[in-house]
Structure formats: C-alpha cells, structure tokens
Design a protein around this ligand. Structure first.
Ligand SMILES: C[S@@+](CC[C@H](N)C(=O)[O-])C[C@H]1O[C@@H](n2cnc3c(N)ncnc32)[C@H](O)[C@@H]1O
Length: 507
C-alpha cells in the first residue's frame, strides 16, 4: 500500500456509479416536501469524487460551478479527462482532503457533498472536513452526507473486523486484494458453517456474508476492507456536525418522506409523541433498523409557510422516464410491498405517458379529480421508483457540454461496460443508459437508420474484442445469433426515442 492513502483502500479502483443524491437539483423536492426553502445552488463541491462520474455529469448538465478532489491519482485523471471532454466548469484535483481543504482559492459553496466517504476515513480527516464545511459552506447552504448507520450495522461490525483481519493476518503477501478478499469470505463461510454461537445470536450474518460474495469486488473492497470503518448513530453524526452550525434538514432518500410505507400506525404515533429533533431521528433508525443514511443538513435553514410551500411545489416540473406498459403499481417500503391507489396513479401515468415535462400545477389542472397532496405524493413515490424525474431549472446552456461528454462516454463504451450513464441538460444530471444503448445512439448519429443497422454497426466492435451476448444465461457463439440479439436490444431502445429526445440525449 502506498503512503498517500492514510489507510484508505487504494489498491483497487472504485466503481463508475452515478449517485442522484449528488445532483443539487434533487435537494429541491426533498426540501419542499419537508417545508424548507431550497438553496439556489451556483457553486458546489464534492469531497472524494471516486471516478468523477457524478461530479462530471452534474457539471456538464447544469450551470453549477463544481469543485472536487479525490486523492487517488488514476481516478482523478479519469475524472479530469471527462471534464476536458465536456468543457464544463469542473475543477478537479487529486489532493487529499487535508491538502484540498487548506486551499485558499476556493469560492464559498452553496452545496457540499460527500457520498460513501464519512464512514471510511479516520477522525483526523473527519475533523478536517467539518472545519472545511464550517469555513466554506454559505449561510443557507446544504451539506449532503451519506454514512453507515447504527443500529443497522450492529451485527456486522464484528464480522467485518473478522474479514478485514483475515486479509491482514492470513492474506498471502503480494496476493492482489481481490484474491485476499475471496480468501477472507471463504474463511468466514467455513467459520459460519461450524454453527458458532455468534451466528445463533446474529442469524442474519450468514445471509449477509453470502450476499457479499456475489457483490462486485471493487465495491466490497471499498465498503468492508478499509483500515478505517466506523458506522455511527444519527446523534453521533449530529454532534460531529454541530461545530459547523449544521442542522438536520431532511432525508435525501425520497422513500423516507413516505411514512405510510415505512412506519406502522403505532410506530408513527410513538415518533409523533417525541419532540421534533435529533432524538426522533435516532428512534426512527431503531424502528427501521437503519443501516445507511443519506441526509441533507443545512446551515440556517428557513421554514416555509404552507402557502409558500405549495406555490413552489406547483412550479416544479417532472418527467416520466419509464414506459407505462413496464410500470407496476407497487411500492416497497420498510413495511413490505404496498399497492398504489389505481385511481391516483393510472390517470397520472396516462397523462405523463407522452414523456413531456409538466409542472405540478399543470398536472393539477389536467387531473382535477386528484387533490394537490395526492399529486405531490405520487411525484415522490414515482421518483423513488425511478419512474419519474424532476426537471432542472438551472441548466443554462448545458446542451453542448452534455453532447460532448456523452460522445466521450460512448467512445469509452467501445471497450468498457461499466459507465452506464449519460448527461441530460433537462434533468440537470445523469440518466442511466446501458453500454449497448450508448453504442446504438452513436451508430444512429453516424447515419445508421434502423435498429437492425445499429446492431450491425455495433457487432464488429464486440467481435474484435471477442465479446459475446448472452441469452437466458447462455453465451451466443455465432455472429448471426449475436446480431439478432443486438437487434432485439436496439428495437427496445428505439421505442424509448420520444423520451430520449425530451432528455436531449438524441437529436
Ligand atoms: C467509496 S469511494 C466514493 C466515491 C464517490 N463519492 C462515489 O460515491 O462514487 C471513496 C473515495 O474517497 C477517496 N478518498 C478517501 N480518503 C481520501 C482522502 N483522505 N482524501 C481524498 N480522497 C479520499 C477515495 O480515493 C475514493 O475514491
């Protein structure tokens, strides 16, 4: 391990995910639902941006000026190449938190974001970050922070220590981290197979270890095998952030805003009997056995009157992103799966099924049979289910940087399959598109007209790399079978064209 890592797992690169919570656009509906004034985000900062997927898509798709750092130089380089490709306002560094947070050339920020960082760094770095937030976050500014939470991790804390210790004590020196992780998981399975009393007292641990074995090794390495790893309770987090004058605003996970699918009436009544504040959050975490929180904190938040709240909500536009025929009317919460009210959701989906953005006020006018609170709840539910997205209002002239970045991503996708997002100026951030979808769109831009032509244009790329498609788990060996399967994927994409046009992902 090299010495710039401060104990961080840097031997294996991080994944290429896009996390919607890092998009400042997402704050608006969460804050409005909680009755808080959302900030107008012009400047933003991400600490520990990983491969830089989120920060680059968000920078390309809006007029927000982004700053960020990640001390892993190969990841920072990848991220800087994305920024160069888009030409967007993203100032990306390969400095440690300590170096970056000491810079005196950074602007004050409306939004500071850390995803997947806080639980995996030491107290010294936590202190540096809190002091940075205290200095650099504007009054009214928002912090987004995610972290492993107690009590959800209670039974896995000793198991994770056992796994990490195995790689340290028994891991073969010189053996790559992926192999050492496999060995540790294998050993944990052997231990659990002996029916130790620990497994009897913590019956879910065995299942969790089995799930871990199936996960992407890069993710597992970063989640479990760091030197530092500390889940903490909500109250401990509040204590850490108090010196930066931050108060809890609301959850960034929209599902948390829908109590009816998460809390029984008794649990809700118990929470309602408590004063508003941090203790209530802690009790809620016990009720749902919370393992991971994704929260917004605010420096001096302002409560809205209910009139101001509804006025601002009415102005928000949303866009359906799933085809109505593939949508189910179910929502999974902590209490299990709930059926959505057909009288609300069917007309809502039918109206939005033309993939045109509409404000909540327009939806209200078109669906007079629904109350405004039903419309508002449907919006939160459908965003949670990934069927709907909020339309951004701070995108400026984000079309050209998005097009340039998406072209670069498609070029990367010639040979890599992990980068499965494009930048859309309409939603002000990332939109999920698989590798094949990106390649088909590129083929179409190059003049190939029909899905069959797109498939024929993409196949030589795969063939040259000895890559084959699968059908029901079986590898398709000959060219014709592969091209037919590609054509089927291309036809599915062609049906999404009206949506892709609205998102400005195609011409
Ligand atoms: C789990 S990853 C999360 C990446 C990104 N936020 C995301 O969610 O995709 C944590 C990242 O923090 C970076 N990191 C950890 N400690 C750091 C430090 N002291 N200074 C700068 N970056 C750090 C790592 O290199 C890694 O890319």
């Amino acid at each position: 391990m090299t010495d710039w890592t401060a104990g961080y797992m840097a031997d294996i690169d991080y994944t290429y995910g896009y996390y919607a919570e890092l998009n400042p656009q997402r704050i608006k509906l969460a804050f409005l639902s909680a009755g808080l004034q959302p900030p107008d985000v012009q400047t933003a900062c991400e600490l520990g941006f990983g491969q830089g997927v989120s920060i680059n898509l968000n920078a390309a798709a809006s007029n927000v000026q982004w700053y960020g750092t990640d001390f892993n130089p190969s990841q920072a380089l990848f991220a800087q190449e994305l920024a160069d490709a888009s030409g967007a306002q993203a100032h990306l560094f390969d400095q440690s938190f300590e170096q970056f947070c000491r810079r005196d050339d950074l602007p004050p920020f409306d939004f500071i974001a850390l995803h997947g960082i806080w639980s995996w760094i030491n107290d010294e770095n936590r202190q540096i970050i809190v002091e940075f937030i205290e200095r650099q976050l504007k009054v009214g500014g928002v912090l987004y922070i995610s972290y492993n939470t107690q009590p959800g991790w209670a039974s896995m804390v000793p198991m994770r220590e056992l796994l990490a210790e195995h790689t340290r004590v028994l891991g073969a020196p010189g053996h790559a981290i992926g192999g050492r992780i496999d060995d540790a998981l294998e050993f944990a399975t052997r231990l659990l197979d002996t029916d130790p009393l620990f497994a009897k007292a913590n019956p879910l641990v065995k299942q969790k270890v089995e799930q871990l074995k199936k996960k992407n090794r890069n993710y597992v390495a970063h989640e479990y095998f760091n030197h530092d790893w500390a889940p903490m309770s909500f109250t401990q987090m509040a204590d850490w952030l108090a010196p930066a004058k931050l108060n809890f605003a609301c959850s960034a996970n929209y599902l948390d805003h829908i109590d009816i699918v998460n809390l029984s009436p008794e649990q809700q009544a118990l929470l309602d009997s408590l004063p508003e504040g941090n203790y209530r959050q802690m009790v809620r975490d016990f009720i749902i056995n919370q393992p991971f929180r994704k929260d917004y904190w605010v420096k001096g938040g302002r409560k809205l009157t209910s009139l101001q709240q509804t006025q601002q909500l009415r102005q928000q536009a949303v866009l359906l992103i799933s085809s109505p025929e593939y949508m189910d009317l179910k929502l999974s919460g902590m209490l299990g799966q709930a059926d959505l009210n057909k009288d609300v959701y069917e007309p809502f989906i039918e109206l939005m099924g033309d993939f045109k953005p509409r404000t909540l006020a327009e939806i209200e006018t078109s669906l007079p049979q629904l109350s405004f609170s039903q419309i508002q709840q449907a919006v939160m539910v459908l965003i949670t289910k990934n069927d709907l997205m909020a339309v951004a209002d701070n995108t400026g002239d984000a079309g050209p940087p998005c097009r340039a970045l998406n072209q670069h991503i498609a070029n990367l996708s010639h040979s890599m399959s992990e980068f499965e997002f494009n930048a859309s100026p309409v939603v002000g951030g990332g939109f999920a598109l698989s590798r094949f979808e990106q390649l088909f769109i590129q083929a179409r831009q190059q003049g190939h007209k029909t899905p069959a032509e797109w498939a024929n244009a993409v196949w030589p790329l795969l063939e040259a790399q000895n890559q084959r498609l699968l059908n029901e788990g079986k590898t398709l060996e000959n060219a014709q079978e592969n091209i037919s399967m590609l054509t089927r994927h291309a036809e599915i994409l062609s049906r999404k064209w009206p949506l892709l046009k609205t998102l400005e992902l195609v011409d």
